[in-house]
Design a protein around this ligand. Structure first.
Ligand SMILES: NC(=O)c1ccc[n+]([C@@H]2O[C@H](COP(=O)([O-])OP(=O)(O)OC[C@H]3O[C@@H](n4cnc5c(N)ncnc54)[C@H](OP(=O)(O)O)[C@@H]3O)[C@@H](O)[C@H]2O)c1
Length: 292
């Protein structure tokens, strides 16, 4: 399989490169070579590489910046995927769009199924929901793959690191750490997400939406507490409520996977197991990155 990945040098893209070795021919144009907001350039790259699958993990996803710049948010998160999806369809390739739990408002305490209608509460979520809709229409053979609270060894390029490393560096510095305890989600290892994406493609699953978070749920506070427990670190950690936040975020954006069992796919491992694995691997020192 030849897989062309836009946004392929970030946190998820780095793990995609690792899991692709010996299995998939992966082509990852840099943003400086191909910006997904440039349809002609996207078309030229898709045409010249003749991929079986095109994946779009490019994103403008700092939620505060998205709020200030809806035009850019839509350009990268909605129009970009539309351009890529149209080129994929013309090339006869499958298309994979990487999306987010932030397409939901979090008002449902039981979590969200793949077919629940999007109800985003901020510009980032609205732009990704628009992207999801656009790609489904532009390229019928599309997979929309949603993750939540990604953590991977490369750290998020768009957010400047990841939450795990932020917590570890604050604890090591002896900082007082206060983390929201009323936003519930399903942490997602980018290694596991990358592996699941390849599995979905290798099994030729039907088009549609897939939830690929790790199993289980937690608040950001509980996630932080578990990071310290597993890393064996003492931390001055306290819970707080999400009040007066600059940008609204979903209260409960747990992604339910209701499709894997019917497709004969294994259940994702727990977020605790994925976190334990993450911490057991030697990794570069990353800058800080925040939630969501
Ligand atoms: N991080 C999370 O917590 C989270 C949660 C749920 C869903 N997601 C989704 O998961 C996906 C991957 O996230 P990630 O954490 O791996 O992101 P990331 O580390 O920020 O990587 C994004 C990649 O996209 C590239 N990119 C940005 N704008 C682009 C553009 N206009 N044209 C082409 N490439 C562009 C970036 O290149 P540069 O480095 O050169 O800018 C980078 O390689 C995104 O679609 C995101 O919306 C993320």
């Amino acid at each position: 399989m030849r897989l062309l990945a836009f946004g392929g040098w970030g946190q998820l893209g780095s793990d995609l490169a690792d899991v692709s070795e010996g299995r998939v021919e992966l082509i990852r144009p840099r943003r400086s070579e191909t910006d997904v907001t440039d349809p002609d350039r996207v078309e030229a790259v898709v045409t010249s590489t003749r991929p079986d699958v095109v994946l779009d993990a490019a994103a403008f996803h700092k939620v505060e910046l998205c709020e200030q710049d809806p035009a850019r948010s839509f350009a990268v998160n909605a129009l970009g995927p539309l351009h890529v999806a149209r080129s994929a369809r013309r090339a006869g390739a499958r298309y994979v769009f990487v999306s987010t739990d932030y397409v939901f408002d979090g008002a449902v305490s039981t979590g969200y199924r793949e077919d629940d209608p999007p109800t985003p509460v901020n510009v980032y979520g609205i732009s990704k929901a628009a992207g999801e809709r656009a790609v489904g229409l532009a390229c019928p053979d599309s997979l929309v793959v949603r993750g939540s609270g990604l953590f991977g060894h490369a750290g998020s390029s768009g957010k400047g690191g990841n939450f795990v490393e932020t917590m570890l560096s604050k604890a090591r510095a002896g900082d007082a750490i206060s983390v929201v305890d009323d936003q519930i989600f399903s942490p997602t290892s980018t290694r596991d997400m990358a592996e699941r994406i390849l599995l979905l493609l290798e099994r030729s699953v039907p088009p549609g939406i897939y939830h690929v978070a790790n199993s289980g749920t937690c608040s950001w506070y509980r996630f932080a507490r578990t990071i310290f427990e597993l890393a064996g670190l003492e931390a001055n950690l306290s819970p707080r409520q999400a009040v007066d936040e600059a940008v609204r975020r979903p209260k409960n954006s747990v992604l339910l996977d209701t499709r894997s069992a019917a497709l004969g796919l294994p259940t994702a491992r727990s977020w605790q197991d994925a976190l334990r694995w993450y911490l057991s691997v030697d990794r570069p020192v990353l800058p800080a990155g925040g939630p969501g």
